[in-house]
Design a binder for this molecule. Sequence first.
Ligand SMILES: C[S@@+](CC[C@H](N)C(=O)[O-])C[C@H]1O[C@@H](n2cnc3c(N)ncnc32)[C@H](O)[C@@H]1O
Length: 410
Amino acid sequence: MDLDISGLGGLGDGVGRLADGQVVFVPGALPGDRVQIAVVGKRQGVLRGQLLALRAASADRSEPACAAFGTCGGCDLQHLADAARLAHHRQLLQRVVGPRVDVRAVAVPAAGHRRRARVHLRQDQGRLVAGMLAARSDRVAEAPHCPALDPALETVRQRAPAALADFFYLGELAMVRGSQGVVATLTGKVRSAPPTAQELCARLAVAGLRYRLGQHADEFGERAVRLPEIDPPWEVWTLADGFCQASEHGNRALRAAVDAALAEAGPLDRAAEFYAGSGNFTDLLLRRGAKVVAFEQDEAACAQLAASARQAGWSDRLRILHGDVAAQLAAAAGHGVWLLDPGRPGAPDLCAAAGRLGPRHVVYVSCALDTLGRDARTLAGHGFAPVAATAIDAFAWTTHTEAVVHFARA
Ligand SMILES: C[S@@+](CC[C@H](N)C(=O)[O-])C[C@H]1O[C@@H](n2cnc3c(N)ncnc32)[C@H](O)[C@@H]1O
């Protein structure tokens, strides 16, 4: 049957309605498309359609930048024009914060935006292949060129099969690019004893490499890299398999949005930062003169954060609490401003405690609008209302977005 697509679901599927009002989700279809579909399933009252033919294309359709689009699980919205994708993310965030807040949307150049990646290495018909996994699969989607990866990471990905094939069987190469170049961590199974890490650095053209391969372990060169977008005297360092914001441009925009929210919050006295990582946002609080308590469970990130504070001469205003946020919430009492940047599960315990622990401002950085929405409802129950919101297209070509929302207590 033919169907007009009128919306885009949160997972990037086109959404249309049959003549009888039933909703159909169609992977690969976009708002404005007229498509021929076959209904192939039904879940929780919603039909699932398979796109058979494109009768008329949406004006927002664009040519995917990657030959593997459609099979690769890395990017799921390359067929939507950049401006339309940004508008879509803005609209999703608008739903979270409600109609009274004017949502800003910040574009991030898509080509080469990913400076952090986990490249999968698999055997395919007797050959070692390197790339992202195919959607809903354990196979690598072979892309002759990955346009989303930072060019330096893409060079390493291209080199990896030939560089590793003589000893490596299956595993992962985690990589990040910073000011000193690319550092990588190799894990997995080998067929024979690996060469030294120094030799592999040369083969892969990386500034540092660590590997743990069964009983074999070695490391050479740089262990961590510095993020180039952070101004002195602060420095943010990240390990190849640690966390850092995946896009440099995206992180500049995130930091600018957080800083604008902190400026709006007024003079900072004592601030609590949750999910601080290695200090990507901590300096924004310290630069404004705050005394900061930072919560983070990753030991290596805490060590990097402490070293950055020492080196900047700000240790006396920073207390780092290593461990699970939920177990140490009492330490957040009496801090007027909260800054939080949880992973995809969000921060339900923290938001539930916000009424009791009494911050005036909550600046929430989110990479998952569904859990942000849930936590915003919890905060609303404690008298917090969103006053500013920014969507940042830091995961360009995908359905994911970053958001910064400033909640203030009435
Ligand atoms: C999205 S990252 C943000 C890190 C940092 N804000 C940044 O921009 O690089 C989330 C961080 O939360 C930490 N984390 C996750 N769950 C946690 C928990 N329950 N308690 C404390 N830290 C946690 C992770 O180790 C990670 O560093």
